[in-house]
Write a protein that binds this ligand. Structure first.
Ligand SMILES: [Zn+2]
Length: 208
């Protein structure tokens, strides 16, 4: 298993090889709670250091991520990139906007316009959200030199072609989910995890 997945497991941000019931009602083996990472600043820093190293061949002026969780990633990745490259790499973020999907406000556009930008995201399932940030950076006149994703759940769909820029991935964790009646884990009678996701409600509804 990759170093990043080990780090994420150490702070309960990812669980593998178990039997979960998701919000959708489908079943699967992996549960990701990325928000569990960020209170642990040392582990967050370690994860971002690995990501920064993976991106260090790119010519980067600024790191941009979507608010909220992305702000933390952007800060730590730019911090480590600055150390690796021996120059200041800026860390800013894009914010959701009801009209334009994303904006780069607070005067941060000056770190984006005419700059080489690395876009970062914690988790991609369809890549739709990070694609919008890539488009936003380009609208502001930034050059997207790469897209860095901590955990990619769909490596067939979320590719460098999607962003027209190099894609750097920390770990690939395929998103596989089955309907209850097709769940191989249920067939194997593997107990449902009742601590994460909707497993507890599911088990209670079965025992009524
Ligand atoms: Zn099942």
């Amino acid at each position: 298993m990759s170093k990043i997945l080990n780090l994420l497991q150490s702070v309960q941000a990812i669980y593998t090889d178990d039997h979960f019931v998701y919000t959708s009602g489908k079943h699967g083996e992996v549960y990701i709670n990325k928000d569990s990472l960020y209170p642990h600043t040392k582990v967050t820093s370690q994860v971002c250091k690995i990501l920064a190293k993976k991106c260090s061949d790119l010519d980067i002026d600024t790191v941009v991520a979507p608010a909220l969780g992305g702000i933390i990633l952007s800060q730590w990745i730019s911090f480590h990139l600055s150390k690796i490259k021996g120059k200041e790499i800026y860390g800013v973020y894009a914010e959701k906007d009801p009209v334009k999907t994303f904006i780069i406000g607070r005067g941060y556009d000056k770190f984006v316009t005419g700059k080489n930008v690395l876009v970062v995201e914690d988790l991609t399932t369809t890549g739709g959200s990070v694609k919008k940030v890539v488009d936003t950076v380009r609208e502001y006149g930034g050059k997207v030199v790469g897209v860095c994703v901590m955990v990619n759940r769909n490596k067939k769909l979320v590719t460098s072609e999607m962003f027209d820029a190099p894609l750097i991935v920390g770990a690939n964790v395929p998103a596989k989910a089955w309907d209850e009646n097709k769940c191989k884990l249920c067939k194997e009678k593997k107990p449902i995890n009742t601590h994460m996701g909707h497993g507890k409600k599911y088990v209670q509804s079965k025992t009524k």
